[in-house]
Design a protein around this ligand. Structure first.
Ligand SMILES: Nc1ncnc2c1ncn2[C@@H]1O[C@H](COP(=O)(O)OP(=O)(O)OP(=O)(O)O)[C@@H](O)[C@H]1O
Ligand SMILES: [Mg+2]
Length: 385
């Protein structure tokens, strides 16, 4: 299980460390940085696909994603006795992301090139990456250590890796298996398995509404286009009862079915009072979104981590307790982080199971975690470059 999540220099998140517990809800008012946290996690996950620099560029590049406030926020700035002002930088420009389980951790530090070495002066570069044993990166716990192009691994003593890495290449994808320690493969496998769901489309032309050629689908796609196949995979993997219960909980008396014509799958919802079942194309936005969340959460192949961004969007308040039950039940098989500002959803989750709430607040433009002081902040160490 991921126990610690650390983000530094990403948009409104100047420096935040979160302790995770298995089922964590991130809440906060509009603009407090919930989506920033979600996006930072996605960025971290993209390191596992070797695409962290590309993702960052698509996200607006370092110039837009870097924390736009001063490097240090003093007490006097907070109480308003001096204006917020930048001072001479003491550290390099840096966007840092990391996580740790109880046995293994990974962190990455992204920055910009040394001035005048290249015309691509705003291109993000991977400056540093580390894999470490335990919850904290420190010299004694390091297993893999990358500074710029040079990588060394520790098996017994430190061994340099013969080849050097390009500025956008990550140790997670660029190591040949012979070079790698088992820890690299473990971190890579872990990060690649993280699953993110954000705002399924449910408009008239949404992919989830169209019939689709069905292939076995243990993992619902991000756009929900393979919804019918994912539902059928749940059914054929022994999940019929859980599926029926989740649908009946939300829409009493209704049953979800999948029809296949010549390999093309169609989703249908039988509802009380209807002479014929309604197809996915005919369902309301909220109904379809709920069914998408059911298919995502009842996956026959639970990931190590699933992250849901504002799953309550377009659901009526009446459906939030059911969604809360669905999420808490899924958290028995998978670690979940839910970003939400729907109070009724959070209340229902708190009622249904063991949930930890992290309230984000904004202070001088900076995202902070409410009630987190020096002593209650989980330990985390960023190495220097
Ligand atoms: N580079 C940056 N540096 C500092 N702050 C930034 C930067 N980029 C965006 N922000 C701030 O981050 C905030 C947006 O945060 P985010 O989108 O995560 O909010 P949210 O909690 O998801 O809000 P909502 O509930 O409205 O979706 C904005 O207030 C914006 O000013
Ligand atoms: Mg948001």
């Amino acid at each position: 299980m991921i126990q610690t999540l650390a983000i530094s220099g990403y948009r409104s998140i100047r420096d935040t460390v979160l302790q995770l517990h298995g089922l964590d809800v991130v809440t906060g008012a509009n603009g407090t940085g919930k989506s920033n946290l979600y996006r930072a996690l996605r960025l971290l996950a993209s390191a596992g696909d070797g695409d962290v620099v590309g993702s960052l560029a698509r996200d607006g590049g370092l110039s837009s994603t870097l924390w736009a406030g001063p490097e240090h926020v003093s007490r006097a700035m907070v109480d308003g006795s001096v204006p917020v002002q930048g001072t001479r930088r003491s550290g390099p420009i840096s966007l840092r992301l990391g996580f740790a389980t109880d046995t293994l951790g990974y962190l990455i530090d992204l920055g910009i090139p040394q001035p005048s070495t290249t015309l691509f002066g705003r291109d993000p570069e991977i400056k540093l990456e580390q894999i470490f044993a335990g919850a904290l990166a420190k010299p004694s716990s390091l297993l893999v250590d990358r500074h710029g192009p040079a990588v060394r691994v520790r098996d017994g003593s430190w061994r340099p890796i013969g080849r050097t890495l390009g500025t956008s290449e990550s140790i997670l994808t660029e190591f040949s298996d012979a070079d790698a320690t088992p820890e690299v493969l473990r971190v890579r496998g872990q990060v690649r398995g993280w699953r993110f769901y954000d705002q399924f489309r449910t408009d008239r032309d949404a992919p989830a509404r169209a019939p689709q050629v069905g292939t076995r689908t243990p993992v619902l796609g991000h756009d929900g286009a393979d919804l019918a196949a994912a539902v059928q995979t749940i059914i054929e993997s022994g999940g019929r009862d859980r599926l029926d219960a989740a649908v009946d909980d939300a829409f009493p008396g209704s049953v979800l079915r999948v029809r296949a014509d010549d390999g093309v799958f169609r989703l249908e919802l039988e509802q009380p009072g209807m002479l014929r079942p309604l197809s996915a194309g005919e369902l309301s936005d909220g109904t379809l979104r709920y069914l998408l969340l059911v298919a995502a959460l009842l996956t026959p192949r639970p990931p190590e981590l699933m992250v849901l961004n504002e799953p309550e969007t377009s659901l009526h308040g009446d459906l939030l307790p059911q969604l809360a039950r669905l999420i808490t039940a899924a958290s028995a098989d998978t670690q979940l982080v839910v970003v939400s500002h729907a109070r009724p959803l959070i209340e229902a989750m708190l009622e249904a199971g063991e949930v930890h709430e992290h309230r984000l607040v904004k202070r001088l433009g900076e995202t902070t975690v409410e009630d987190q002081g020096l002593l209650s902040t989980p330990p985390w160490a960023w190495p220097s470059r």
